[in-house]
Design a protein around this ligand. Sequence first.
Ligand code: SF4
Ligand code: SF4
Length: 406
Amino acid sequence: MKRRLTAPREVLAELQQDYFICTKCKICQAVHVQFCDDSRFWRNCPSGTRFRWDAYYASGKMEIARGLHLHELEPGDSLRHVLYTCMLCSSCQEQCYEVKQLHPTRVFELMREKAVREGWGPMPEHEPLRRSMEENGNPFGLESRRRGDWARGLGMKRLPREKAQALFFAGDAYASDPSLRRAVRAAARVLLRAGLDLGTLAAREKSDGALMLLLGDRDLFETFACENIGTFNRLGVSTIVTPDPHAAWVFKEEYARELDPGVEVRHTSEVFSRLLGEGALKPEGEVPMKAVYHDPCKLGRRFDIYQEPREVLRAIPGLELLEFPRATFNSLCCGGGGGVPYAFPDFALWTAGERLREAESTGAEAIVTACPYCLQMFGKAVAAAGSGMKVYDLAELLLASLGEEA
Ligand code: SF4
Ligand code: SF4
């Protein structure tokens, strides 16, 4: 029998208290308004705001979860559309947990697991991602032998042939998308510049499985997770550092209990901030720019990593850090969450366009973020709108201030 991280079970029912006691108060539909001055930006659920029906807000989906539990509802195309247009961005949970201590986003994640188990999820458009996982070890069609191409010429140690204290895990999107190559190379170069003993698995790196878990395919996720955990534990590293918040999410929440004791998982923004504090990085080059920082959902609302990226940006000489009207826990999703762009690209692009307009309202010349999916979505939104807004990864600007190029 295949090794698993969790026992197969009816997980949705474990949160029945949450969906049975949802009072339809609809607090989850908006931001914390006391921290957002501009009423144009008070609505914060992308799917509810776009499709308007209550079913697309968290309040509606909680009622759907209750209906499924009681067998009052039968899954069908419209229910699947509701479930898979959710960005799993956690904005609803951010609001609800404050007042009711409920976990709506967690309920929707488990509804997706139920959908896959029962054969009515994910969307047919998600099938190529799943097939590529089985054929290539990643969801994006990248031949497995090309996975380490991004690291060519950086001088990183090759694991497991060599030993290193820290594993740099690029993640699926950074390793696959040539338009993100500068960003991932910048992240590695910053860490090498600070003197970290850093290694990569290069072509041996396999998908973290995060996208499969978001789609509800826990079995496929766990197949990859178990293999990766075995690999990581054999490497004997003390730290796993990744620029991908989705990889960090599954490593911290799902892998951690099986990783060797003492292995730390860090997002690059956390490590950059620490290295700056210790004086191991000294940004001295001017980067004259008005930049607004976009909080990736998995980094911010999931792990409260709000200050570290801002500390990095404040350390860059010449950079003026601006804030979105919806910032930190109030942030709007970039449109790249929950596997939505692969099934509903128009809706994903609409969401990214909303965020782009909000960025433009701040007077920023550039959006800076720390997630490959946010970078992809903002790149598409800028192209679609013909906007002059620049889009950068946090690591690119930090590297520039260190006087290097990726
Ligand atoms: S999910 Fe929470 S905030 Fe939203 S309607 Fe239900 S109880 Fe209210
Ligand atoms: S997770 Fe995001 S998109 Fe889904 S219901 Fe909650 S706020 Fe809306």
